[in-house]
Write a protein that binds this ligand. Structure first.
Ligand code: CMP
Length: 138
């Protein structure tokens, strides 16, 4: 079934000038970009986005990282978008990521891992609505 997922190019990806390259990878893999913007999150916003991880030991550091510069969230659309996006991103830790995946190609560490992608339909709904309203998703 065709569905939406949220992708974010994180501050490390934006700083390294990887935005265009990563968008091309998504388009080459059959994703339609239904919405896109560039934003710089506040600490409160980053804490809200990652609320599900708030008890994890890396939460503070993750929030610091996600607020160190602008990010590029986008809504991606295709058949099995959530799973396909996770395949293309590769494992959270670039050391475990498959050859040719975005994280294997560009990520430095488990935290500074260049991209985020929704991990379920439920999180995709929350994450898309976190950044975009219905008038911005085309
Ligand atoms: P993401 O897919 O955005 O989901 C949560 C993020 O937390 C993850 O990518 C990493 O950036 C970060 N993360 C996950 N596990 C760890 C960890 N063990 N140590 C540091 N950061 C982590």
């Amino acid at each position: 079934m065709a569905e939406q997922t949220l992708s974010i190019i994180k501050p490390d990806g934006v700083k390294k000038g990887l935005t265009g390259k990563i968008i091309s990878i998504f388009e080459e893999n059959g994703f339609e970009i239904k919405a896109i913007k560039k934003v710089w999150l506040t600490k409160k916003q980053a804490e809200g986005f990652y609320y599900i991880h708030k008890e994890r030991p890396f939460f503070g550091s993750l929030v610091d990282f996600m607020t160190e510069g602008p990010i590029v969230p986008m809504v991606l659309f295709r058949e099995n978008a959530i799973l396909k996006n996770r395949e293309i991103m590769g494992a959270t830790n670039p050391k475990d990521a498959a050859e040719g995946t975005i994280r294997k190609l560009f990520a430095e560490s488990i935290e500074r891992n260049v991209v985020h992608g929704s991990d379920s339909l439920e999180s995709a709904r929350f994450e898309v609505a976190f950044f975009f309203n219905i008038f911005e998703i085309l």
